[in-house]
Design a protein around this ligand. Structure first.
Ligand code: IMP
Ligand code: MG
Length: 171
């Protein structure tokens, strides 16, 4: 049976998401902010983050899939493209977790082709140990050295996204 070791509580998540939302609102005052959530893992985080940002902004979604089980396949498949016109706008890509960095690098390259004015990256978790590409997370709620975590949108084989807190998964 898998074991779930509590890592980040609901209260800690709430406080940190609020703080990052306020920071983004301050940084994007008088800019044309579009949050682009990366499906599927970011949907819980995105729902809370948008409500923590008090300035006007728009939301879009991009679909990319890269993982099977706990190891990267190294392949990224685009499953959904953004609907909004992004040219000249200020994009914040919203991810659940940045691990090797390959997924976000490819998504950022793709979004760049749509000619936005700026692109920054916001991730619930910035996980360091396996980073393989040079990508900086501009807004990270939490930093983690290693491990495989689930909950608050993060899955293991599509399960456990519904857990309201974040757990270290021991298989
Ligand atoms: P990257 O391309 O290696 O940065 O992988 C990013 C994607 O891998 C994330 O969007 C997640 O879907 C998945 N992922 C990486 N680490 C974890 C984890 O600890 N728990 C759940 N999913 C993870
Ligand atoms: Mg995933």
């Amino acid at each position: 049976m898998p074991e779930f070791i509590p890592l980040i509580s609901e209260e800690e998540i709430k406080a940190q998401v609020q703080k990052i939302g306020e920071q983004i609102a301050e940084d994007y005052t008088n800019l044309d902010l579009v949050l682009i959530g990366v499906l599927k893992g970011s949907f819980v985080f995105l729902a809370d983050l948008t409500r923590a940002i008090s300035i006007d902004h728009e939301i879009d979604l991009v679909g990319a899939s890269s993982y099977e089980g706990t190891t990267s396949t190294g392949q990224i498949v685009f499953t959904k493209q953004p609907d909004l016109e992004l040219e000249g706008r200020d994009i914040v890509l919203v991810e659940d977790i940045v691990d090797t960095g390959h997924t976000l690098l490819k998504i950022r390259e793709f979004i760049r082709l749509l000619n936005p004015r700026s692109i920054k990256i916001c991730s619930l978790i910035d996980k360091h140990e396996r980073r393989e590409v040079d990508i900086d997370v501009d807004y990270a709620c939490f930093s983690l050295e290693k491990g495989f975590i689930v909950g608050y949108g993060l899955d293991y084989n599509e399960k456990y996204r519904n857990l309201p807190a974040i757990y270290d998964l021991k298989l």
